[in-house]
Design a protein around this ligand. Structure first.
Ligand code: GRF
Length: 185
């Protein structure tokens, strides 16, 4: 199968990145992770870029010029899908327009509920019985683009932020790869 070149953007631990890299090495998976962007040189997930020998760059997207440079780089590398995986920065409008319908993100809630930060804490405080994760297209509004896939998780009375995060992340690993397959179907 001819795989599409893809780039994963991270800021933190990179556990979703790791699963995407592993799955991308399966014959039938539609993408190849050929580039990684990190917002921070300290992102733990960069360990996977080094381990799997994938080119990466730490980029501070703080002005139009920096977005322009990155767009050129992604074009040169023929990147046709961008996967945000724990990426904590906001992309500018032009960047999103240029990659319209080709940027996807994973969020740890059943969107449209609990957009934004501190998702687990807010979910627990609201005494929800269930939550989950969502993979969605990225548009100009935070966590608001078209939903590609959702998976739900039951919340028990003993759950705290840590246990909930763990449960949801287990679902995320499957959800993200299934969403990538869906994008190319
Ligand atoms: C994930 O839980 C995702 O839902 C959120 O950020 C977290 C990233 O985790 N957007 P990791 O860096 O993939 O381990």
């Amino acid at each position: 199968m001819v795989k599409k070149n893809s780039c994963v953007f991270i800021s933190g631990a990179g556990s979703n990145l790791k699963v995407l890299i592993k799955n991308s090495r399966e014959y039938n998976f539609p993408i190849n992770i050929s580039y990684i962007i990190s917002s921070s040189p300290r992102a733990k997930g960069l360990i996977f870029a080094r381990l799997y020998k994938i080119p990466y760059r730490v980029v501070n997207l703080n002005c139009n010029k920096s977005f322009e440079l990155l767009l050129n780089e992604l074009k040169k590398r023929k990147i046709s899908l961008i996967c945000l995986a724990g990426y904590m920065k906001i992309l500018n409008k032009k960047f999103i327009r240029r990659y319209n319908k080709k940027i996807i993100n994973i969020h740890p809630s059943l969107l449209p509920k609990y957009k934004g930060l501190n998702t687990f804490k807010r979910t627990l405080e609201s005494k929800e019985k269930q939550t989950g994760c969502t993979v969605h297209y990225v548009n100009n509004k935070l966590d608001s683009g078209k939903i590609i896939i959702q998976k739900s998780v039951a919340i028990s009375s003993s759950d705290n932020v840590e246990t909930l995060k763990n449960k949801i992340q287990q679902k995320e690993y499957r959800a993200y790869s299934e969403a990538v397959i869906k994008v190319f179907n």
